[in-house]
Design a protein around this ligand. Structure first.
Ligand code: 3PG
Ligand code: MG
Length: 398
């Protein structure tokens, strides 16, 4: 069901508390290495400040463990700074989340101003969904907006208890959450066919529920990545030293039985004999299931790339989650590249799940040639599993 969006709230002179997912990667010098999640929140941020609202932004960053070094390592200060650069305006930052500094800086906001609160997870109450903590955040504002798609599968205080505490006030979705739901849920509920899913990555265990759900609604589910070797093992084939999940073999057998012709497995494998030296090691392409001892599968082979590309050429809806091989290590990026090219060339609505697949599409230069690249890793997987999110369900209907 469509949710009310931030654009539908009269924000002039009001304070909006917006949950964003500013959980961005930082290097050892606290430099942001990918600011996509910040940039994707800009439309909602601008919607508030351009219409004279006062904006308080809250997010988590990483998983702080309560150690003294956390304060620097997991601080949102670099994020507030980057946001200021992107908006080309001063962005206030409070050194606490619900303490004296946050309260003072929230009270000092003028219309059109922005305040970023320090990492929500510096407070135990965030992960616990604590009502008292949530109540203090809720008291800061007149309206609540969830634009934190990457965190929508979590029930952290800022995602659920805060909007609960703000019952009676406007509680809406932001542009990013609305867009992600449109692609990951609505487009999949009513797909244009053929609807093809491509699932890769290391582990079957991460994707069981996704494979199960998509086998029920797709016309074909193409498998790549290391999880293909667990399927190989389930068929009694040779996998050499490939990465496999022995305890998931029975499950793989069930998925093969359930999937029938819909579940498409690789026909060949590009292997190497030294994962640590992909460029220099001995390499060979073998038929799937015939990997020699001493070798491990690192990518789908060229025949599989060709087969998958042909299936994708006629697809009208494509969902892709997880790379086909070790795409960070050429030449084992070839399979992921071929699939990315086929997705880009197709005349389809193409949806790329977050995490590794988003990184692969970005790194290989195809991000502009697909319909949607999700900002959610776990959240996009949960959505592809068909889960609904408490953090979204409780928000106002349009
Ligand atoms: C993510 O990057 O997956 C989200 O920001 C959620 O973070 P979490 O997995 O630590 O809850
Ligand atoms: Mg995660």
């Amino acid at each position: 069901m469509a949710k009310k969006t931030i654009d539908q709230v009269d924000v002039a002179g009001k304070t909006v508390l917006m949950r964003v997912d500013f959980n961005v990667p930082l290097d050892d010098n606290q430099t942001i290495t990918d600011d996509r999640r910040i940039r994707m929140a800009l439309p909602s941020i601008k919607s508030v400040i351009d219409r004279g609202g006062k904006l308080i932004l809250m997010s988590h960053l990483g998983r702080p463990k309560g150690e003294p070094s956390d304060v620097e390592k997991f601080s949102l200060a670099p994020v507030a700074k980057r946001l200021g650069e992107l908006l080309d305006k001063t962005v206030a930052f409070s050194s606490d989340t619900v303490g004296a500094d946050a309260e003072a800086k929230a009270a000092a906001l003028s219309d059109g101003d922005v305040l970023v609160l320090e990492n929500l997870r510096f407070n135990d109450g965030e992960k616990k969904g604590d009502a008292e903590f949530a109540g203090k955040l809720a008291a800061l504002a007149d309206a609540y907006c969830n634009d934190a798609f990457g965190t929508c599968h979590r029930k952290d205080a800022s995602m659920v208890a805060v909007p609960e505490a703000m019952a009676g006030k406007p509680r809406v979705v932001g542009h990013l959450v609305a867009k992600e739901i449109q692609y990951l849920s609505d487009a999949i509920a009513n797909p244009e066919r053929p609807f093809v899913a491509i699932l890769g990555g290391a582990k079957v265990s991460d994707k069981i529920n996704v494979i199960n759900n998509l086998l029920g609604i797709c016309d074909a589910v193409l498998i790549g990545g290391a999880m293909a070797y667990t399927f190989s093992l389930a068929k009694g084939e040779s996998v050499g030293n490939s990465l496999v999940e022995k305890d998931k073999v029975d499950l793989a057998k069930e998925l093969i039985a359930k999937g029938g012709d819909k579940l498409v497995l690789p026909v060949d494998t590009h292997c190497g004999d030294d994962f640590g030296d992909p460029a220099g090691c001995n390499k060979e392409v073998v038929p799937a299931g015939e990997i020699k001892d001493g070798f491990e599968g690192m990518d789908i082979g060229p025949a599989t790339s060709a087969k998958y590309s042909e299936i994708l050429a006629s697809a009208k809806t494509i969902v892709w989650n997880g790379p086909m091989g070790v795409f960070e290590k050429p030449p084992f990026d070839a399979g992921t590249k071929a699939v990315a090219q086929a997705v880009a060339d197709s005349d389809s609505i193409s949806i790329i799940g977050g995490g590794d697949s988003a990184a692969a599409v970005d790194q290989l230069g195809f991000a502009d040639q697909v319909s949607h690249v999700s900002t959610g890793g776990g959240a996009s997987l949960a959505m592809l599993e068909g889960q609904s999110f408490a953090a979204v369900d409780l928000l106002d209907e349009a």
